[in-house]
Write a protein that binds this ligand. Sequence first.
Ligand code: HEC
Length: 122
Amino acid sequence: MLEIGRRFELAGRAAAAGRVELAAFEVGELGELVDDDLPRAELPKEGPTADLAGKADAFARAVVPDLLGAAKGREPGAFAAAFARTAAACNDCHQASGHGFVEVPSVPGKPVPAMDPVGAQP
Ligand code: HEC
């Protein structure tokens, strides 16, 4: 999961810097990790245990391809929109699994997970 976060951060930073090929590469690597890592994410022993397998599946089949398509399209506005949709899906699963404190920023170019001081403007 840590490496998924790292790839997502790098994809966003690359896109923010106009490095579109690098952004697409990082999203591709992220997609490979999602297939390998997400099924192994450590789920809470108690508390909220919503349908995480279903969320993982939807993430791999819909969210990652959406982001990859946007990265390959090389249109910054479309990439930023897909990045925000992806971050929302990341955060949805974190909340559902009791890890809502792992906040994924919705804007490309920021650290993943969010490390802004609590109370600062996002
Ligand atoms: C299917 C559910 C699910 C999805 C989707 C998901 N995560 Fe996670 N994530 C988890 C769980 C559960 C944890 C905590 C346990 C773990 O790390 O295995 C976690 C932890 C993390 C961590 C902290 C890892 C650490 O060890 O410090 C990061 C960073 C992270 N996720 C990033 C992301 C990003 C970025 C995305 C979207 C691109 C994403 N996650 C999508 C379930 C998910």
